[in-house]
Design a protein around this ligand. Structure first.
Ligand SMILES: [Mn+2]
Length: 639
């Protein structure tokens, strides 16, 4: 029996000693639990992941990576993989690559390579060849070519998901549509085989491979011959000219015979049970657009790595897609059942299932969108604002090969293509927030006068879609966009005349975070987003990328509670951190005193005079009349 030392019951007065030991015992039992709880709180906070980049989009996600991918792992085991375009010159796929190399299909599987999603080890003598081949598709082509097309994968689903029954009888069938452009043979056909092997045959009407004008020779006749041998109907649809992702998907969708369209990228691997949750949700309500959880296939080793489930998709002030920690209401709503799909403000875009008729009723895609980028936000806004919903089914896991850079060429230039697409999204769907976008993103604003969006605006009117404000209020209430109910502008310290800025440094996550600081405010016409903040009626001081003014709880509590004891030496520093919706990020602005008071601790945000050399670092001190504690909120017009 467990008994504290020196406490032996049954010996007269010793019961008193036992009683004294009781609190110690209780504390000892609770300590590990408390530590666990604190860690989980920390993990919650650090799950907000995002990255600012000139032109990045969906090719990134928060992941918990395996042993083999040390280079990505931070100390919490969480990180962000970011895909971004290279400059135009660097984006050329033929850079130093001969036609012979590019057109050679070197697929030659080694029986156990990549088994169960394990990483592929390339022998030392092949390393230089491996690096040469890497440039073709911007992933480890040699590793991919060594993995059998039907490799096994781990079942990464939660236990409850694995146990869940999906009666197939009432489910709609689907056409799987895969667009490719100069894809590698092994990744394209591993995608196809993973669909064939892991989808209930009666639900899989066909697989449509849409070739967006690939030039590689093995993707022509060889591919046609190969797919004819497959046990599922697979058709290759070809576009003679490069038409881009949107129009290629439309080409596939128009040919599709299944009731549901399921879009996949050409470098995916579907895991056990991926399809049933998607079709169950679309079958239950055809206005639901349903995405799987997107896991990671490493571009270095082709290892399959499970990613987080509790993220939802949204975007930043530049309209770049981002994953953020799921909103509190949605978290609470599904606390009872982790298998429950959750709603997401936006989808990453590559992988989703949607009722075919609903897809066309809702306006399919904006055909004026070129090549790639922005179409995911366009569809997300349209679905939500026009009466549907976008959700993620946590029991459906599909791996996607994330690259660090794009191997594709962008006819017309990367910037022009992306900004034109995003400008179309803003102009049609975002109402006053389009003005905000163009005002603060001059690169995109240059394309605004050239846009012709008449047809899409007519579509919006015909479908009687709701406004963007409705979307923000109802679909993404945790958003950090400016709005009439909140302050938007610069937060200036009276003593220094400097303004609060978003940290440029990345924390252990690839996210702007760090000590809260001030720096030059710039002129009145200075619209640098680094100095722009919103302050909501709930007292959240937030800026782009969903980061918030934050005060470390442990320090502020020490400061606040130990009054009467000898004063603590720690002066808490204010921080900018992932928005969490927790009280430690709650502030109150007093218009009279011009103070920014941290609600839980009652301390004031201060730019103190004598803090060594770093006098722009902000701290929390007892509220006084100090001029360093005075702040002005300077509104900046945004629409
Ligand atoms: Mn992709």
């Amino acid at each position: 029996m467990l008994r504290p030392p020196g406490c032996r019951l049954g010996r007269g007065r010793d019961w008193r000693r036992c009683l004294l030991l009781l609190p110690v015992l209780v504390a000892a039992l609770w300590l590990p639990l408390l530590l666990l709880w604190l860690r989980s709180q920390d993990a919650l906070l650090s799950q907000d992941v995002l990255r600012r980049g000139r032109a990045s989009r969906d090719d990134w996600i928060a992941v918990r990576l395996g042993e083999d991918q040390r280079e990505y792992v931070d100390r919490k085991g969480i990180h962000v993989v970011v895909g971004h375009y290279l400059g135009e010159a660097a984006a050329s796929p033929s850079l130093n690559l001969t036609d012979e190399l590019v057109n050679k299909n070197e697929f030659s599987p080694v029986p156990h390579d990549g088994k169960d999603g394990s990483p592929v080890q390339i022998p030392a003598h092949l390393q230089s060849r491996m690096q040469a081949l890497f440039r073709i598709n911007r992933f480890n082509l040699m590793a991919s070519d060594r993995i059998p097309l039907n490799r096994s994968l781990p079942d990464v689903r939660k236990k409850k998901c694995q146990a869940k029954e999906y009666p197939l009888a009432g489910l709609p069938d689907t056409s799987v549509i895969i667009v490719f452009h100069n894809e590698a043979w092994s990744t394209l056909l591993r995608t196809v085989w993973s669909v064939i092997n892991r989808s209930p045959r009666q639900l899989l009407t066909e697989i449509l491979l849409v070739d967006d004008a690939s030039s590689r020779t093995f993707l022509q006749h060889d591919l046609d011959e190969y797919v004819a041998t497959l046990p599922v109907a697979v058709r290759v649809l070809r576009s003679p000219q490069r038409i881009g992702l949107v129009r290629a998907r439309l080409l596939g969708a128009r040919q599709a015979r299944g009731r549901v369209l399921t879009f996949l990228d050409a470098h995916c691997e579907c895991t056990q049970g991926w399809l049933e949750p998607l079709l169950t949700r679309v079958g239950g309500d055809r206005t639901r657009v349903v995405c799987p959880v997107i896991d990671i296939i490493s571009d270095d080793t082709l290892a399959y790595v499970r990613s987080f489930e509790l993220h939802w998709g949204a975007f930043n002030w530049e309209l770049h897609f981002r994953w953020y920690t799921m909103g509190g209401t949605e978290l609470r709503r599904r606390r009872g059942d982790v298998t429950e799909p959750f709603r997401t403000p936006a989808m990453a875009g590559g992988l989703f299932a949607m009722d075919r008729e609903y897809f066309f009723e809702l306006g399919a895609y904006d055909e004026q969108m070129e090549i790639w980028g922005g179409e995911n936000l366009e569809l997300s806004f349209r679905v939500w604002q026009c009466g549907g919903s976008v959700e993620i089914a946590p029991c459906s896991h599909v791996g996607h090969l994330f690259r660090k850079s794009s191997p594709y060429t962008f006819p017309g230039g990367v910037g022009d293509v992306l900004y034109t697409n995003l400008a179309r999204v803003a102009e049609v769907w975002m109402d006053r927030w389009a003005d905000f976008y163009f005002r603060f993103n001059p690169d995109a604003a240059a394309f605004r006068p050239k846009l012709n969006v008449t047809k899409r605006v007519q579509l919006r009117e015909r479908l009687r879609c709701k406004g963007f404000e409705w979307y923000l209020d109802n679909v993404w209430p945790q958003h950090f966009m400016p709005k009439d109910d909140r302050f938007f502008g610069k937060i200036r310290n009276v003593r220094t005349g400097e303004c609060l800025v978003k940290p440029t440094g990345k924390g252990s996550l690839n996210q702007p975070m760090g000590t809260a600081m001030t720096s030059s405010c710039g002129g009145d016409d200075d619209l640098d987003l680094i100095r722009m903040f919103v302050m909501t009626p709930q007292g959240v001081v937030a800026t782009d990328e969903s980061v918030c003014l934050d005060a470390p709880e442990s320090q502020t509590q020490r400061q606040g509670q130990r009054q009467g004891e000898k004063p603590t030496r720690v002066t808490p520093r204010a921080r900018i951190m992932a928005c969490s919706g927790r009280p430690r990020q709650q502030w109150k602005y007093d218009r009279e005193e011009q103070t920014l008071r941290h609600v839980p601790s009652g301390l004031c945000l201060d730019s103190p005079e004598n803090s060594d050399e770093e006098d722009s670092i902000l701290v929390l001190t007892d509220c006084s009349a100090a001029v360093g504690q005075q702040w002005t909120l300077e509104k900046v017009p945004w629409s």
